[in-house]
Design a protein. Structure first.
Lengths: 112, 115
């Protein structure tokens, strides 16, 4: 079945540092890939998405590229801010439906 | 445009009881999906409703059941509650269920505690 794997553990970094969160997936066909973010006290919201191989999703300075050859969709941001502190979830939906399979999430803490 | 709303916000039940959670979808959306998010975990897909019919189910037992109404709002019912059912229950609405890249819009969730 479909599954998403995110790197283990929380991520703590200083303001203006470079952020990478790894995400790999297992799916048949050509899934759509997503990053969702959960800010403290708020609901899940879509950060970015990519719907086919080599697509790059981007939003709020975050980027992720759909890599079919490595089945990956790593999230990156060049210079994080304290306001980026949140939990980030990688997710996919398989072709033909929009039911989401999520990874376990990564807590990101940005220190001033 | 009203977003996705869920009620109640918090709920405490005891083992063996039954619970009903409610979700109002975003205006214009005909698809509602339910997810269970245990503490420190990612959301797990429970089931989806599209135009009042169940349209896919995750790995959850039959005591998890649901409904979608003509106005596309939805209910999640859980019978014979177990301690492991304690979690945040998320509802998400979207346009047409058959399009994989259609964004899902999440509600704030219902926090269920089973004692």
């Amino acid at each position: 079945g479909n599954s998403v794997t995110q790197m283990e553990g929380p991520v703590t970094l200083s303001e203006e540092a470079f952020l990478t969160i790894n995400c790999t997936y297992t799916a048949t066909g050509y899934p759509s890939l997503f990053w969702y973010v959960q800010y403290p006290g708020e609901g899940l919201q879509l950060l970015l998405k990519a719907t086919k191989a080599d697509d790059k999703g981007s939003n709020k300075g975050f980027e992720a590229t759909y890599r079919k050859e490595t089945t990956s969709f790593h999230l990156e941001k060049g210079s994080v801010q304290v306001s980026d502190s949140a939990v980030y979830f990688c997710a996919l939906s398989e072709q033909g439906n929009n039911r989401l399979a999520f990874g376990k999430g990564n807590q990101v803490v940005v220190i001033p | 445009e009203t977003g996705v709303t869920q009620s109640p916000t918090h709920l405490i039940k005891t083992r063996g009881q039954q619970v009903t959670l409610r979700c109002s979808s975003q205006s214009g959306h005909n698809t509602v999906s339910w997810y269970q998010q245990a503490l420190g975990q990612g959301p797990q897909f429970i089931f989806q409703y599209y135009r009042e019919e169940e349209n896919g189910r995750g790995n959850f037992p039959p005591r998890f059941s649901g409904l979608q109404f003509p106005n596309y709002s939805s209910e999640l019912n859980v019978n014979a509650l177990e301690l492991d059912d304690s979690a945040l229950y998320l509802c998400a609405s979207s346009l047409e269920a058959g399009v994989s890249y259609n964004e899902q819009f999440f509600g704030p969730g219902t926090r269920l505690t089973v004692l």
